[in-house]
Design a protein around this ligand. Structure first.
Ligand code: GTQ
Length: 343
């Protein structure tokens, strides 16, 4: 490929004149903007070990009361994107949120889409547009763009979950904003969307037509995802065991931005993931093993750890146990890549 002119080759006076008029010459940056065949990727391969993060999160519980935090979160920031930009991948924000017994994270709604993946603790629920969604280990709780949500914790110990938002994308689109609301009335004991939509292949037919394209199901319990993968393993002796979380009405991804999935590794399995364009986040729900990207250093992981890996890479996951399966919940940018035609 032809080498192009550099900035330094241009007379300083000419460069200054360009700058004065808010102009930039393309050719010195041409190859950086449009690299040959494979994009440049800032997403680093990383493990945020829960064992290391947890003590600092608990310390935040002592240092900062809920009134001073609104959301008490330590953000899992990928240094490749610059720590203060709070990106795990180009479009995905991750945070570990702590609520102590008796605390409430007050009601608000915002434009970014959010999912919580429960990491530790029992007895908490998130109320989403009036629907109280119970939170158990590994469950996915959805708060799609614009829905009111507040978090309550009535259990014994701390509760911790992983927030997954499309905040970096929405923020850069200059579309990120929030408003506070009055506490939501506790009109229901349980989440109605779960009654209506949680039986696969069955949807309610009681005389209403939904206008929204959001997933109508707000809680995807881990017990059902796990049971599905375990049952699939009975039928497939080999090949990647993977499911996608979908909108039960349309079969499409939960959000237009981020796609969610889950992977099971059989006992002793080494899984080579098909190479994909999108960066990916892995949250280990059960087990222990390694993650290796492009034959680099193998990172060890265990249950409750959260990892990131860049797109266009070859990812190998191993399960260290010869007797027990291992499970991940994944988040990636596939829906966006599909929409943009770059997947
Ligand atoms: O729980 O609503 O990690 O609004 C970041 C922003 C969590 C939340 C985050 C939020 C929330």
């Amino acid at each position: 490929m032809q080498s192009l002119g550099t900035l330094e080759e241009l007379p300083q006076e000419y460069r200054d004149n360009l700058t004065d008029l808010n102009l930039v010459p393309l050719w010195p940056s041409m190859r950086a903007l449009l690299p040959y065949k494979v994009p440049s990727r800032n997403t680093q391969t990383l493990n945020w070990r829960y064992e290391s993060v947890r003590p600092l999160l608990m310390e935040a519980g002592e240092l900062t009361p809920m009134e001073k935090a609104e959301r008490r979160v330590l953000v899992l920031a990928n240094p490749g994107h610059g720590l203060t930009n709070m990106q795990a991948t180009p479009s995905i924000y991750l945070g570990l949120q702590l609520i102590l017994p008796g605390e409430t994270a007050p009601n608000h709604r915002h434009t970014p889409n959010a999912v919580r993946i429960i990491v530790e603790g029992e007895g908490a629920y998130t109320t989403v547009d009036g629907e109280p969604c119970r939170m158990e280990r590994g469950d996915l709780i959805l708060t799609p763009s614009g829905k009111w949500h507040e978090h309550h914790h009535e259990g014994e110990g701390p509760i911790v979950w992983l927030d997954v938002l499309d905040l970096p994308l929405i923020y850069r689109l200059e579309g990120s904003w929030a408003i506070e609301g009055e506490p939501q009335p506790n009109s229901r004991a349980r989440d109605r969307s779960f009654a209506e939509y949680s039986a696969a292949g069955v949807v309610p037919n009681i005389g209403f037509k939904r206008e929204s394209t959001d997933s109508p199901l707000l809680r995807y319990p881990w017990s059902r995802t796990r049971a599905c993968l375990t049952e699939m393993a009975e039928h497939y002796a080999e090949g990647l065991l993977r499911i996608s979380y979908v909108n039960p009405e349309t079969g499409t991804s939960l959000f237009p931005s981020i796609g969610f999935g889950a992977i099971m590794l059989r006992p002793g399995e080494t899984a080579l993931l098909p190479r994909r364009t999108t960066a990916c986040v892995f949250h280990a729900v059960e087990g222990a093993g390694t993650l290796q990207v492009d034959a680099g250093e193998a990172l060890s992981w265990q249950a409750r750890d959260t990892l990131s890996a860049p797109g266009y890479s070859e990812i190998v996951l191993t399960n260290a146990s010869d007797s027990e399966p291992a499970f991940f919940i994944t988040a990636d940018e596939e829906p966006l890549h599909q929409y943009l035609g770059i997947f």
